[in-house]
Design a protein around this ligand. Structure first.
Ligand code: AMP
Length: 429
């Protein structure tokens, strides 16, 4: 067939899905411990939601959204989930029942970007949003949570960088200052940044062009030009992170590609990711809830890319393989195959991971499959076993064989070997 998956999208095959499941399960476990509840929002939303929240002059809204019409309405495949989560928070009046909510999501996002390593058109994010509080201790919690997730997954070598970018009102003075300095040197800026000077001067700070970096790194620090309260907030966050032993560094030129961010912003990068080295990004968005028609409430969150997380995970060596099988039933002859299916139905209902051959293959080939599936026990079922009603279970690690009879006998022996007794405990973790 000459039809392929669209450019910038990926199929996740069973072997890789094991890793995805490990990442998602680890994240869900941590979110439960930190008190974050799951929220699932639609894959598409009204286009207006993203234009109003992310901002009209951002790369995402200007050129990366998948937008389609339906009747008079314009919809967009979600390029990110903070705005949808805030929309849902307000639509369901969560602020009236319990204004402080800690939420998380896991799912696909869509951006029409130029695909390259670590940059997809459909990618997946895990994200958290803590809505309803402005305390810098909450900023510290969400950052610590991201680092905790990386640690639990065995990812080392990540770097957290922090900055504060103020609000549209409080950064006005700094904006004018850098605009004047950059305008004076605009012939040395890249064409994109010359355009950004008028439209969104802060995006110049984010430019990866070496000529632009050389100029921006000599600009004054934004933090020194923010009001006292915002500097105190940043200092309290830094102190909380130090006391939680979360390693980080200040990066006076870190900005993010969304207009809704106010105050603290952060990014966590990893050396194994190449040019697209951002693993996780987030920050405060204290104006977004009010901008979308709700009350004035503080909020902070982050999102990480699962594809990039897996790249970082695999850089540290093999990360996960499918759980082994408890029992493989090798069959010899038609009646044995029928009996095997009956055994399997009972054993699986009792909690065992068990399988057999459906391809009518030779005994040797079936043994090879059992080996590949890393079966802990193997039994051969033929006419003799059917006549006697007893089976020989071979424990593959030791070669020891045990004669058992019926489903109960199989369960008893396998459970004993799992060190869990015959207590009906889930065997295949
Ligand atoms: P953002 O929503 O742009 O702050 O991105 C948060 C995280 O999502 C990034 O740090 C990446 O890990 C991931 N990410 C963003 N865009 C893409 C993309 N096009 N392809 C793969 N991952 C992405």
């Amino acid at each position: 067939m000459d039809v392929k998956a669209p450019l910038g999208t990926e199929d996740i095959l069973p072997e890789q899905a094991v890793l995805w499941q490990k990442v998602e399960a680890t994240a869900r476990g941590l979110f439960a411990r930190y008190g974050y509840g799951e929220i699932r929002t639609p894959i598409f939303e009204s286009t207006r939601l993203f234009v109003r929240s992310i901002g009209e002059t951002t790369d995402i809204v200007e050129k990366e959204m998948y937008t389609f019409g339906s009747g008079d309405e314009s919809f967009t495949l979600r390029p990110e989930a903070t705005a949808p989560v805030v929309r849902a928070y307000l639509e369901h009046n969560l602020h009236k029942t319990k204004s402080f909510q800690k939420l998380y999501y896991i799912g696909p996002m869509f951006r029409h970007e130029r695909p390259q390593a670590g940059r997809k058109r459909q990618f997946h994010q895990i994200g958290v949003e803590a809505i309803g509080a402005s305390d810098p201790l909450l900023d510290a919690e969400v950052i610590a949570l991201a680092c905790h997730l990386f640690d639990d997954l065995g990812i080392s070598g990540y770097r957290a960088r922090l900055n504060a970018i103020g609000t549209p009102a409080s950064r006005g003075g700094y904006r004018d200052l850098i605009k004047a300095e950059l305008s004076a040197q605009q012939d040395k800026l890249c064409p994109d940044c010359r355009r950004r000077l008028d439209r969104n001067v802060f995006r110049v700070l984010d430019c990866k062009n070496e000529g632009c970096i050389a100029i921006t790194r000599k600009l004054p620090r934004i933090l020194d030009h923010l009001p006292e309260a915002e500097r105190v907030h940043f200092a309290r966050l830094a102190k909380a992170l130090r006391s939680a032993h979360v390693p980080f560094e200040e990066d006076a030129f870190l900005v993010r590609g969304f207009d809704y961010y106010t105050g603290v912003v952060f990014e966590i990068t990893h050396g194994a990711l190449g040019a697209q080295d951002a693993l996780c990004g987030g920050g405060r968005y204290d104006n977004l809830i009010a901008d979308l028609g709700g009350p004035s409430l503080g909020a902070v969150g982050w999102a990480l890319g699962i594809e990039r997380l897996l790249m970082a995970l695999q850089a540290g060596g093999p990360a996960a393989e499918a759980a082994p099988l408890d029992l493989y039933i090798v069959t010899m002859g038609g009646p044995a195959r029928v009996a095997a299916v009956e055994y399997l139905s009972k054993l699986r209902r009792a909690g065992l991971a068990a399988d057999t051959d459906y391809e009518g293959r030779s005994l040797k080939a079936q043994m090879r499959t059992a080996d590949k599936l890393r079966a802990r026990f193997v039994t051969v079922l033929g006419d003799n076993e059917l006549a006697s009603g007893s089976l020989r279970l071979k424990h593959m690690a030791t070669g020891a064989e045990t004669e058992v009879s019926g489903v109960e006998g199989i369960l008893h022996t396998i459970r004993e070997h799992s060190g869990q007794g015959a207590g009906g405990v889930e065997l295949n973790p």
